[in-house]
Design a protein around this ligand. Structure first.
Ligand code: PLP
Length: 372
């Protein structure tokens, strides 16, 4: 077997993205004014099926701004999954609110909705479902809990562009939804993010907050603290071009998933990703759980693949076990499912530029590790 280098992710920059970015450059609209910002926001809102989309500098900034737009701050509690990318948790902390963790489901890796209710206190203001690796959280029971306890819902859809819960796009279901356009996400602007909502007031608030909170009718006059979270016209140009190809990107993820499944399902000791009836999974990353029936540990498999030039990534860590969270809150509770998957999971090369040859090579490398 010839040795290949397979990156865990390589993005695709479409011809349309290149064309629009060149146009933005040539016209001199390089900063946060210019026609592509409005165009990208409009196209993204239409794609998700919401009234408003507000562009920002990152998914983290989107979450922060969305939480502030809901009026969440000091003294409040926000329920978040223990198993998530840490930005979900940090965004809550930026506002002065306290994150309250719930454990994961063993099959989807999403927050276990049945564990939410016992976490609700007088201080709880919101729930943040995170659609992990492109699989929707079970939203109907979560919406029912939110309604009953008068809580807001902020969807972290940073990994779920185009994913569905039943017939609704992820990000369009809660009070507000947040997306990331980091280089490994389904749509990229290099760095970037978007807040989506049907609520006029949240959208208006988010627009003010991302631009230093100038009063609308009195520039350079401020009644509250704002941020500079403005996306540039260059980034928006890239995003608009990318968005035109989203159906192809999602088809690529489906192809990748079918191929990996076909090649890996017979290997004993690997748990492959699943899709619940209520979800249309976009398989942002092809996640694999290495169980005790596999001859190597997760770390052993990662090392064996690395040795063959195949780059993988471990799953996220349990948020509550992170040193910074321990230092701030000293969380005593353990989250057994989250901790288990964090130790046993990795994801395989899943980028939009992944070729058949690379995928075959990755599967051969896993097969040979499974015989070690
Ligand atoms: C990527 C990601 C974010 C953060 O987005 P950035 O654009 O990198 O700031 C937040 N939440 C989840 C679940 C993510 O995967």
């Amino acid at each position: 077997m010839i040795n290949m280098q397979v990156p865990v992710n390589a993005p695709v920059v479409t011809p349309a993205a290149k064309k629009y970015v060149a146009d933005a450059m040539e016209t001199g609209w390089v900063s946060s004014a210019g026609p592509y910002i409005g165009k990208f926001e409009k196209a993204f809102a239409d794609y998700i099926g919401v009234r408003h989309a507000v562009s920002v500098t990152s998914g983290t900034a989107a979450l922060h701004t969305a939480l502030l737009g809901l009026g969440i701050g000091r003294g409040d509690e926000v329920i978040v999954p223990d198993f998530t990318m840490i930005a979900s948790v940090f965004a809550v902390i930026y506002t002065g609110a306290t994150p309250v963790f719930v454990d994961a489901e063993a099959d989807t890796y999403n927050m276990d909705v049945s564990l939410i209710e016992k976490k609700i206190t007088k201080k709880t203001r919101a729930i943040m479902p995170v659609h992990i690796y492109g699989h929707s959280v079970d939203m109907d029971p979560l919406l029912a809990i939110a309604k009953q306890h008068d809580l807001k819902i902020i969807e972290d859809a940073a990994e779920a562009h185009g994913a569905l819960y039943k017939s609704a796009k992820c990000g369009s279901i809660g009070d507000v939804g947040c997306f990331s356009f980091y280089g490994n996400k389904i749509i990229t602007t290099g760095e970037g993010g978007m807040i989506v909502t049907n609520d006029d007031r949240i959208a208006q608030k988010a627009r003010a907050l991302k631009d230093l909170a100038h009063l609308p009718d009195r520039r350079f006059w401020h009644e509250e603290i704002g941020y500079n979270y403005r996306m540039t016209n260059l980034q928006a140009a890239c995003g608009l071009g990318q968005l035109e190809s989203i159906e192809e990107f999602l088809a690529h993820k489906r192809w990748m998933t079918a191929e990996y499944r076909k090649r890996l399902e017979k290997i004993k000791g690997l748990r492959l990703p699943i899709t619940k009836d209520y979800a249309k999974n976009v398989y942002w990353m092809y996640s694999v759980l290495v169980t005790d029936d596999f001859p190597l540990s997760r770390d052993g498999l990662r090392a064996a693949l690395k040795n063959q030039g195949v780059d993988t990534r471990d799953f996220f860590h349990s948020s509550a076990r992170q040193p910074v969270i321990q230092k701030l809150y000293g969380v005593k509770e353990r989250f057994p499912v989250s901790e288990h998957i964090a130790e046993h999971g990795l994801y395989l090369p899943s980028g939009l530029a992944l070729t058949q040859e690379q995928l075959d090579y990755v599967c051969d490398a896993i097969l040979s590790a499974s015989r070690s």
